[in-house]
Design a protein around this ligand. Sequence first.
Ligand code: ADP
Length: 476
Amino acid sequence: MFVQLLLSLAMLVAVATGGWLVADAVGALVAVLVAAAGWMAFDHGRAARAIHWLRSGAIEPMPQFLGVWGEVVYRAHQQLRSRARDLAASDARLQEFLAAIQASPNGVVLLDQLGRIEWCNRTSAEHFGFDARRDLLQLIGNLVRDPAFVAYFQSGNYDRELVMTRPSSSASQPMKVAVQLHPYGQGRRLLLSRDVTAIDQAETMRRDFVANVSHEIRTPLTVLAGFVEALQTLALEPHEQTRYLGLMASQATRMQTLVSDLLTLSKLDGSPPPGRTDWVALSDLLATCLQEAKALSGMLCADLPHRLIFAEALSLAEKQHLELAGSRAELHSALSNLINNAVRYTPGGGQVGVTLHWLDGRLSIAVHDSGPGIEAEHLPRLTERFYRVDRSRSRETGGTGLGLAIVKHVVQRHGGELQLSSQVGTGSRFVVVMPAERVRRSDVAERGLQSAHRSEAVAADTSDQRSDQGFDQAVK
Ligand code: ADP
């Protein structure tokens, strides 16, 4: 800058000296004035270009000057580039920050002083039914009309969170969301939301479960207490005493069965799924279930027992030496629950059978009966704990309402699927589909029939095979 000034002065001195030498003092003055005017015009042109460039806002291209204006423009260019770099970096940080909030499973809404939406993430848009773009700058009070939310929003007291129903909730699929407001900045508010549908459902289930268990235990306990009181206070005949004691024993058994089923369920709930190292012979499982079904049928309908159709399934399981990977106790519990249900709900003389089918490497084990059938509306709820269609039949035959819940749990733990189908008046069909990786077969013809009781069962049931197949078609 100083050099520039010296050069300009030297130039003026040179011009004046030139003018003096060529003319006189007046000539020198004129020469200096002309030179100064020319210089000013030139300098003004450069200043105008520099200001035009600065006003344009574009950093590039930078005008090129020598001297002072070159320095000024160069410094301004450096400043602008550095500011642009800072801006880009902070914009990138902001975008990353917003992307992180977008990825959050929780809803985030930023509200201005008036309660208008300044920004919201996708999750919050789903929770509240917003349109994340269209509803920007809309008043939240106009968009979320739930009276509980409106009261909470207006109260100004945001110490607790509010649980409200999501707008997309329906009777068949209730959805809940917990919301809480947090004031920040100058009168702004942060609205956070999280889906609590699963927690709400679990809490409802827990309450229902406790209520159901209490009810199931209270009923036999009340009956037992009544009989105890009768025995204590009344002078009963010996035969009456025997009858009362028999009834008391059956109530005690009912409670024992209930406790045992509850323990089974809690074990299933709390243990890891069974591994795939232990293999259980399906023929053994079926043979055991057949024996149990015979005993149960004899007990319930001594005069007219059921026709138990297991022969084909048993012989296939033996011929192909079918094995299932998993827990023997659990698999037995699942199959025996289904087979015993079929016996319990089918009147004496009816058919109860098991059939096996291969489905693309998976094995389906179908338990079918010719009982009263179940109306379609009950089918989706049948595996719920304590859900019963025929309450009195369930109680009369020692049911706890937990059998199918146990079956479903066991089947799912083994990676399988439980399928139900039924026709009122025709019968029901419960199918356990085991995944291919938990089924193995080794067709060894020589294995033959290995145990005497199984041979007997096959002989007794062979005559029923044809009707079994016929029934299968009917319920499919
Ligand atoms: P429960 O101990 O009462 O039998 P489950 O969970 O085993 O409980 O079965 C639930 C309900 O499903 C039963 O109460 C009964 O009404 C119905 N059910 C189950 N199996 C059959 C079947 N084979 N035929 C008709 N109804 C059945």
